[in-house]
Structure formats: structure tokens, C-alpha cells
Design a protein around this ligand. Structure first.
Ligand code: P6P
Length: 338
């Protein structure tokens, strides 16, 4: 490979081109360094003494893994003193945490799922960190949930790190989606895929089929017709993948197309789905759209949805644009007939 572009150089070039500010460049570099530290902690596995449950629960009512807590702390501590942030919000924290008064405050808000798919940690399956960056509204501290309730289309940056056979950082600042691979010898991220393009059509879907009996009728019909294969209404055979780690499933789609679906189900009707809007669906939707894909909640474009709560859940249909459009039409058609 000719002299690959480092993440630092890429971000400086984005800044010189006017796509990002110096503070946003600093923020993304701090997050990337945090992901390197998380990658090292995750990579130690059983030897690091960090597997298993932390013995605590999060705002979602989920048992926290030791690495959930460690990853959250790494991101919080790294972002305290740089002067680029006003506050952070996390899947692992009930409410936002403002930058301590001892340090200067910046104009950005950072949201993250510090270790998505952590239930896979103990069985050595790829997990990841997902992050989203918003502007902090003028004149506010960022300490209140309400300061974060901005629709996904206002994100200024989004990304994820996937801790797999290699560690990759996939990033957008609104000017395409790009992948960087961590060089473990120099300890930096190098650009390995510029301007990712998700194939518009696919024959591969990702969903947890064990929930099938809990889905609504349009969802049941859509999946039934996929499973009917080339003799069915879709006229082609489909393959299925489900890693149960959103970062890993989405990364596969960023690389070869597909559709990822976590729909509403009646297991817990009070929840609009399992995945969280602010720090899972929104950043992944921005990355996918910047790569030519699409993301809806089964009816609406995810990035247009006005959030009502920091930890709000949402159904997620994302991936190859044509397949997302087909899948979304099933609910829209049912709504029209209702
Ligand atoms: P299920 C991981 O817990 C997660 O939040 C996502 O990463 C993943 O896509 C989903 O839940 C898996 O859910 O119900 O299949 O275990």
C-alpha cells in the first residue's frame, strides 16, 4: 500500500476544506484515541480480568459488563479537559455529564454507546463503540437531557469503532463515510476505505428471527416474502445473518450491502423497539446515508425524527437503499389501508 493517509491528516484536510472546525477535529481525535484504549482492553479478553458482569445495572435495566463501565469511563475521562465539549451522554448513564467546571467548555455534545453488543464480549464476538456529535445549543450547559434532543439530521459527525479481527473506525463528518484501520505497531488509524458506497440492492437480511411471533402483521408479511425466495413475490433467494452486535451487523452492510432490522415487537409494547435513537440509530443512520444507503423506523426517515427522550427506543430498518424502501412500504401500505 502506498503511504496511507492517517486519521490525523484526513481530519486536517477536512478542516482545511471547511467541513469541520478545529474543535470538532480535536473531539474526533480524542474519541479515536479512546477507541484505541477500549480496543486494547477488549483485546486482552480473559487475561485482562475485565470479562463478566460489573454487578451493576444501567438506565436501560440491563446488567452492565465490566467492560461497559470501563469503556464509559475511558470516553468520559478523555473528553474532560480538551475544551472541545460541553457535555457527554451515554447509554450507561441516566443523565448527561457536563465537562467539570475546572476545565474550559466547548460547543459540542458527545453521545455514545461505549460498548455496543457487550453481551458478546464473554464469547469473543466482535463488539464496538458508537458515537454521535451534536452542536450544543447557545447559552446552555449541555447538562440537561433536553439540550441533546435534536433530530439526527443535525449531527455534525458520527462513527463507530469495531473491535474484531482488526479494529476499524468508520467515520462521517457529513462528507461521505470512510473507514480507518488501526495499525497496532504505530498505534494510529490509517485510511483504508474512502467514500464507502453501500450497494443499492441486496439479497441478505439481518434480523433476530426468534422474535417473529411478536412482530406486527406487515413485518411478518415482509419476512415471509423474503423467506419464500425465488418462487415467492420477491423472485429471488435471500440469505440471513444475525451477529446480535449492531456494530458488526452494520459493518458487514457497510462493506457488502444488506438490510438490518430490529422492528417493534409486542414482547414489551411500551418500548418502540430495542435500539436507542440518540446513540445507536441516529449515528448509524448518518453513516449509512452518507454511504448511499437508507434508514427508517419502518415508516419515517430516522434522521428526521424529533427525539422526545434521551434514551428513547426506535424500530430500525437500515442498509441498502432499495431494500429499505421495499421493507418500509409494507408498513406504509398497511397504514393506508387501516
Ligand atoms: P437481540 C446488543 O445488545 C444490541 O443492543 C445490538 O447491538 C444488537 O443488534 C441487538 O441488541 C441484539 O438484540 O435481541 O438479538 O439480543
Amino acid at each position: 500500500m502506498s503511504n496511507p493517509v492517517s486519521l490525523t491528516r484526513f481530519l486536517i484536510e477536512q478542516q482545511h476544506a471547511g467541513h469541520i472546525s478545529a474543535d470538532l477535529r480535536l473531539l474526533i481525535e480524542v474519541v479515536a484515541r479512546s477507541c484505541k484504549r477500549i480496543s486494547i482492553a477488549v483485546g486482552k479478553g480473559a487475561l485482562g480480568g475485565v470479562l463478566g458482569d460489573a454487578g451493576t445495572g444501567n438506565v436501560q435495566g440491563e446488567a452492565q459488563k465490566k467492560l461497559d463501565v470501563i469503556s464509559n469511563e475511558i470516553l468520559l475521562e478523555a473528553n474532560e479537559w480538551g475544551g472541545h465539549l460541553a457535555a457527554c451522554a451515554s447509554e450507561e448513564m441516566d443523565h448527561p455529564v457536563p465537562v467539570p467546571n475546572a476545565y474550559p467548555k466547548g460547543n459540542y455534545l458527545l453521545l455514545f454507546d461505549p460498548l455496543d453488543g457487550s453481551s458478546n464480549i464473554d464469547v469473543n464476538v466482535s463488539v464496538g463503540t458508537i458515537f454521535s456529535v451534536l452542536r450544543c445549543p447557545d447559552g446552555v450547559s449541555g447538562a440537561d437531557d433536553a439540550h441533546f434532543l435534536q433530530c439526527g439530521a443535525t449531527q455534525v459527525a458520527a462513527g463507530y469503532a469495531i473491535y474484531g479481527p482488526s479494529t476499524e473506525l468508520v467515520l462521517t463528518v457529513g462528507n461521505g463515510s470512510h473507514a480507518f484501520t488501526m495499525d497496532r505497531e504505530i498505534g494510529g488509524f490509517l485510511l483504508t476505505r474512502k467514500d464507502i458506497q453501500v450497494p443499492r440492492a441486496t439479497a441478505e437480511f439481518a434480523i433476530n428471527m426468534s422474535n417473529q411471533r411478536h412482530w406486527d402483521t406487515p413485518m411478518q408479511r415482509y419476512i415471509d416474502e423474503l423467506l419464500a425466495g425465488k418462487d415467492g413475490p420477491r423472485g429471488k433467494n435471500f440469505n440471513m445473518r444475525w451477529i446480535a452486535s449492531m456494530v458488526a451487523d452494520v459493518h458487514r452492510i457497510m462493506n457488502r450491502g444488506g438490510i438490518f432490522i430490529y422492528p417493534w415487537d409486542r414482547k414489551d409494547p411500551s418500548k418502540a423497539g430495542k435500539l436507542r435513537l440518540m446513540y445507536e440509530a441516529n449515528p448509524m443512520a448518518m453513516l449509512i446515508e452518507q454511504a448511499g444507503g437508507a434508514a427508517t423506523d419502518g415508516r419515517r426517515r430516522i434522521l428526521d425524527i424529533q427525539p422526545e427522550a434521551l434514551h428513547q427506543r426506535i424500530p430500525v430498518f437500515l442498509g441498502s437503499a432499495e431494500e429499505v424502501e421495499v421493507a418500509t412500504a409494507y408498513h406504509l401500505e398497511a397504514d393506508r389501508k387501516a
